[in-house]
Design a protein. Structure first.
Length: 401
């Protein structure tokens, strides 16, 4: 089973911290982009003999800017081209303020069965700093409307580690968000990315750099509050009600194959990692030109297009870069991604079966060090982060690169 990621690169406004592949001034491109995405889905699906798909994730950007008929076109292409499981998890990222009950009911009827709302904070000052367009009341309203439209699987994204955000401020957001009663909560520690307004404000002295010790305290507070509210901490940044883990993201964390389609999407399948061309206009052009060339039956010489589609599935005409994954990279990726899963950890037997070498054989010295430092623990056939290791997870992961 594959996971299918579909990138929707449109937003109404740019948030101050965001460096995602998304744009606010190309609304005219939305219809041709959807047509190109549906075409790419069909091309890749046809090249792979209707591979089975267990999860679909509309990420962005703001996928909730799509009209229901655009969502219908994309899902129709997916269902025609892939063997989409009857019980597939179909998630759409949504911004509060972009959805109403009619839109929610329409996409629910199309089969979307999970929504992930970007909420980020309950405090007006923090939402203003982040450049969010909505207030917290809009987030609560969006959740109510989603319930009324029949959604029973909802996620909220929240951000901590903000400039000037105290532990008490963060508690206020948690205290407001937990009673909303969603099935899943993702907490992200802010990273100030190059090229964002927030980085410029930092350089100009308009804001102070976030304090990593405060962020660690905030993480600890969140761990306690979410456990007390009945959420399972199943991945470093993710909590869920029992059985409501995000199945799509678990595919990434188990380092299983996934297909990314749409501008800038990444994929990992058939022994390759690849990235689709980043610029939406270039993406649409690539798919359209490929179509024209196919229609004209001209010779196609681009090594990343037709030849590869038949020989090196799943590459599409819009792939900009790809490389074959060797064992060293696959083993390192498996260690880093599976250790993120706090309840499962790294599957030592699965590792040996996949690579023909035991984990100890490959990483024995590193594992011994990390066990001695009490950053990892061994539990039968699994290796897991300890509580201390959760706080220092990047330090653990570096050791496996
Ligand atoms: S809504 Fe999301 S994707 Fe769009 S600018 Fe804000 S953070 Fe970035």
């Amino acid at each position: 089973m594959f996971a299918l990621y579909l990138h929707i690169p449109f937003c109404r406004a740019r948030c101050s911290y965001c460096d995602f592949n998304t744009y606010t001034t190309i609304g005219d491109l939305q219809a041709p982009y959807v047509a190109a995405l549906a075409r790419e889905i069909r091309l890749v699906g046809a090249a792979g003999d209707a591979p089975a798909v267990g999860t679909i994730f509309f990420g962005g950007g703001t996928p909730s800017l799509l009209t229901p008929s655009q969502v219908a076109d994309i899902l129709a292409a997916a269902r025609e081209s892939f063997a989409v499981a009857d019980d597939a998890e179909i998630t759409m990222e949504a911004n509060p303020g972009t959805v109403d009950e009619a839109w929610l009911a329409a996409v629910r009827a199309l089969g979307v069965n999970r929504l992930s709302f970007g909420v980020q904070s309950a405090l007006p000052g923090e939402l203003a700093l982040l450049g969010r367009e909505h207030d917290f009341a809009a987030a609560v309203g969006a959740v109510s409307a989603a319930r009324a439209a029949g959604f029973d699987n909802l996620n909220l994204d929240l951000i901590y580690g903000l400039p000037g955000q105290s532990v008490a401020n963060w508690r206020q957001t948690l205290d407001a968000a937990l009673p909303v009663g969603v099935e899943h909560i993702s907490l992200y520690c802010l990273t100030i990315e190059p090229g964002t307004p927030m980085q410029r404000w930092l350089h100009s002295g308009a804001i102070q750099p976030p304090d990593p010790d405060t962020a660690a305290d905030q993480y600890e507070v969140a761990c306690e509050a979410l456990a007390a509210a009945g959420y399972e901490h199943y991945e470093i940044s993710n909590w869920a009600r029992p059985g409501r883990e995000c199945r799509h993201n678990v595919v990434y964390w188990r380092n299983e194959p996934y297909l990314g389609l749409g501008a800038g999407a990444h994929g990992s399948a058939a022994g390759y990692r690849y990235q689709v061309v980043r610029q939406p206009r270039a993406y649409v052009r690539r798919i359209t030109n490929f179509e024209l060339r196919m229609t004209n039956e001209e010779a196609i010489t681009d090594p990343l297009t037709s030849d590869r589609l038949t020989t090196d599935w799943p590459l599409s005409p819009a792939v900009a870069a790809h490389h074959a994954v060797d064992d060293a990279e696959a083993m390192s990726d498996t260690a880093i991604t599976q250790l993120r899963l706090l309840n499962e950890g790294l599957d030592l037997r699965g590792f040996a079966a996949r690579f023909g070498r035991s984990f100890d054989d490959v990483y024995g010295d590193t594992v011994r060090d990390l066990l001695a430092l009490e950053l990892l623990r061994r539990d039968d056939d699994h290796l897991l982060l300890t509580d201390k290791g959760r706080f220092l997870s990047n330090q653990v992961f570096y050791r496996f690169v």
